[in-house]
Design a protein around this ligand. Structure first.
Ligand code: PLP
Length: 389
């Protein structure tokens, strides 16, 4: 079966639920056990079957099965948000005295977790250049337990050489994680050497900007048990309705993603030629420095890209953004609607590499509106930019 077909079937078992096409939403905390013996037996394998709401219900298992299939991994663990997936995965493998290699272009709250929580627990983080490749060998230590990747990087979109990094990390005894939110369906992490793949399912899997959800897909049963145990210990369990929305979003993910990517490619191709623009940050664009690696490792793009403008006054850029009809100001991405955020100043934090854009930087999400309307919106915005705000 092709991927587009598999995504429709993944995690669905109508025969178990009176033929209903979609899995039912189990609103359950308490699960009744028929006897003390049955209760004791379920305690011996707490993460198998249905035991207590926090450990999962058939709704949870449907989502976990579907996400594991779409990422090509062994088994997944659903979490209450994308960030809970990141922290839950890291906490499964790190303890006092351990060392973590974290990509310098990580999602900002991931950095914050390393600098505040992990540091306080005595776990040392070294940030590394996303373009390091096999050179990461020089940073590996005997106590390096996890190498964390995110490709393309948050806000600046550098593409990492994941197979090269994974080979070195594995030789040094570390496991390799990826925040695979951008590559949700187009980057197959387990075929590239990743052990643990994280999704902010809030973005493209949910796809409608109406729920928080995360997932952690694991390569092996051993890794899965560690992650499941960590997530259960922290209590990162997602809500039943959120999981249902994730499952529902998943069915249309492939078609939505193609449209988001087509619009983003068209808009970035047009933007690149505009006199107001210094550079575009979008690996599917042939001129992007990460294009060759993207082409080697990804099967498509998505709607999220960056734009660096030529130097311009803040008031002019603010006027451009404030007046957009379709690109609304809001955090997150992956929903059906177009979004924009300014990323200059405090948003982009780098400590291992230099980030020196020529002018103000922005991040756009191309939604499912007609691309003609989106381009017109951007064009009118340049009029406000020229007007000076
Ligand atoms: C949004 C995002 C997250 C966090 O997801 P939440 O569901 O908002 O917690 C993690 N990683 C990336 C790359 C994201 O864009």
């Amino acid at each position: 079966m092709k991927k587009d077909t598999r995504i429709l079937h993944a995690g669905r078992h109508p025969e178990k639920f009176d033929g209903a096409v979609n899995p039912p939403v189990f609103h359950a905390s308490t699960i009744l056990h028929p006897s003390v013996a049955a209760m004791e037996k379920s305690g011996k394998t707490p993460f198998e079957g249905v035991r207590y709401g926090r450990f999962g219900t058939p709704t949870t298992f449907a989502l976990e099965e579907a996400v594991a299939e779409l990422e090509g991994g062994h088994r997944a663990v659903a979490t209450s948000s994308g960030l809970a997936a990141i922290t839950g995965a890291l906490m499964a493998f790190l303890k006092t005295g351990d060392h973590l290699l974290m990509v310098d272009t990580a999602y900002f709250p991931t950095r914050k977790f390393c600098d505040e929580v992990l540091k306080g627990l005595g776990v040392e983080t070294t940030y590394y250049d996303p373009l390091i490749g096999a050179g990461i060998k020089a940073l590996m230590r005997p106590n390096t337990k996890v190498v964390f990747t995110e490709s393309p990087g948050s806000l600046t979109f550098e593409v990492q050489d994941i197979p090269a990094i994974a080979e070195v990390a594995h030789a040094g005894g570390a496991i390799v994680m990826i925040d695979n939110t951008w590559g949700v369906l187009t980057f197959q992490p387990f075929a590239k050497g990743i052990d643990i793949s994280i999704q902010a399912a809030t973005k493209y899997i949910v796809g409608h900007a109406d729920a928080m959800l995360g997932s952690i897909t694991c390569a092996t049963p051993d890794l899965w048990l560690k992650v499941k145990s960590s997530v259960a210990t922290f209590g990162h369990s997602p809500g039943a309705e959120e999981m249902y929305l994730g499952l529902r979003g998943l069915r249309t993910l492939a078609v939505r993603l193609r449209q988001h990517a087509a619009s983003a490619l068209r808009l970035t191709t047009w933007l690149e030629k505009r006199p107001e623009v210094d550079r575009i940050l979008y690996p599917p664009l042939p001129s992007d420095p990460g294009h060759a690696l993207w082409k080697r490792d990804f099967s498509g793009g998505c709607g999220l890209f960056g734009v660096v403008l030529k130097p311009a006054a803040k008031a002019a850029v603010d006027a451009m953004l404030d007046g957009y009809e379709h690109f609304k100001l809001g955090f997150s991405w992956g929903g059906f609607e177009s979004l924009v955020i300014p990323t200059s100043g405090h948003s982009i934090i780098r400590t291992a590499t230099a980030w020196t854009p020529a002018g103000p930087s922005l991040r756009f999400h191309a939604g499912l509106e007609d691309a003609d309307d989106l381009q017109e919106d951007l064009e009118k915005g340049f009029g406000r930019l020229a007007g000076g705000g």
